[in-house]
Design a binder for this molecule. Sequence first.
Ligand code: SF4
Ligand code: SF3
Length: 542
Amino acid sequence: MFCNQCEETVKARGCTQTGVCGKTSDTSNIQDLLIYSTKSLAYVLNALKAKGEKLDLSNYRIITNNLFLSITNANFDSKFILEEVKKTINLKDKLLKKLENKDFLPPYVLYSEESEEKLIEKSNNLHSSNEDKDIKSLKDLILFGLKGMAAYLHHAEVLKFEDREIYEFLAIALCEIMKTDLSKEYLTNLVLKTGTFGVRTMALLDEANISNYGDPEITRVNVGTRNNPAILISGHDLKDMELLLEQTENTGVDVYTHSEMLPANYYPKLKKYEHFVGNYGGSWHNQKDEFELFNGPILMTSNCIVPPKESYKDRIFTTGPAGFPGCKHIEAKDGKVKDFSEIIEMAKNTKPPTEIERGYITGGFAHTSVVALSDKIAEAVKNGDIKKFVVMAGCDGRKNSRNYYTEFAEKLPQDTIILTAGCAKYRYNKINLGSVAGIPRVLDAGQCNDSYSLAVIALKLQEVMGLDDINDLPIIYNIAWYEQKAVIVLLALLSIGIKNIHLGPSLPEFLSDGVLNVLVDNFGIKGIATVEEDLDYFFPDR
Ligand code: SF4
Ligand code: SF3
């Protein structure tokens, strides 16, 4: 295996024996074969489109599904992934018949196999690239960005929001990175184009979420528990959340969110349910302790899964792109909606969750809520009450070095406001940081995809404050990354012209020195230092 796609990767080498995330070598190789066969499908779709065929969007959905399956901590189930490889190759072979001239097709497009042994053998032999380091690095940056984009596209897709041009871009970009004769300049432009489509994808998902569930509202979310049996739901998929709430209504079973599902509490059409109690626990990497104590079943709708302990493994259910061997996977059947009754029946026979904390956290500061406050905010900036905004969005992770973010948030000057989205917020969202000019000092827009909201807020502030350049706003970007969704968020921010982003807790290993230099020279990207050094850097007058 070789995998270097996340922040936890083994330094300089990538994960080569087994993943730090718990992914086995077999699973990693089969995921690579899935991406390989997805590229072949993409190639055929691109060729048919070039011939003028109007392709059904269902063909492209396979691509988003496959890319999503391979992101960090989403799916650990080799058998499941192998089935998706077979489906992808079958579809590609079927569509390939429509192409008359097959003489000049690259070998990856012609690769076809049905026997599992041969597929597995192939999956073990996909890493022999002797490419130039910078070229390989740019291709990785594009692929990982596309994976993040595919995850967001999938969530929009299940809410019936789709955009053919995004799908087509995804398919084209996937095949571009198979070419061996591309220049660094060309690939750098493709990186930025990926970011542009990342913005478009996040906007699509934002529209999908708001159209279905209403504008997120500023909400106090209960973190304590009630005395009823309950189901915990994690991941990012709001459609699954909606179905679970509908199906648990009047059953005596409560519902709580975990990790990245917390923002479901902010949407009017989801929070209206009386049995939707609030959020349980913290970030994804705490699940070994928190899932144990929750007592009831847990539904994982996407990443991040931590390989479960045997003590609660039988209570874990997966759906959509999520999967873990030995855990029950639930999918929609026969054109009907997903049926979560098995989880609900299990919940009825479990103890209520063990209370681990009490109180409330406040969130729901997505663009509509914040833009409504934009005049008040602009005024507070003008009269000096608010000196700076600090975007601390992105991912959380297991490493102790991420305590940096807690300390950084605590030590920020009182006249600063944190704008956040994604699970990075769990490093400081339960600390009382107070308010400034009547505005709370931590404004949580939502899930990592709601980083889009942060961009909308920045653009609105730029307009209200009459600034020519978005970089003239008093906004600092100190972003935490872990997996590929943070990569597309980063590329999206770069594509709208945001500069001087600080990225931690460590810079991606997949960035070669050459690519890092390009990012430093053109975009001012930097890593993080110590809290004190960074505070001195950002606030020289503090
Ligand atoms: Fe390693 Fe991250 Fe890949 Fe897991 S996803 S195998 S931790 S690089
Ligand atoms: Fe977190 Fe996995 Fe990335 Fe959606 S749940 S941000 S790490």
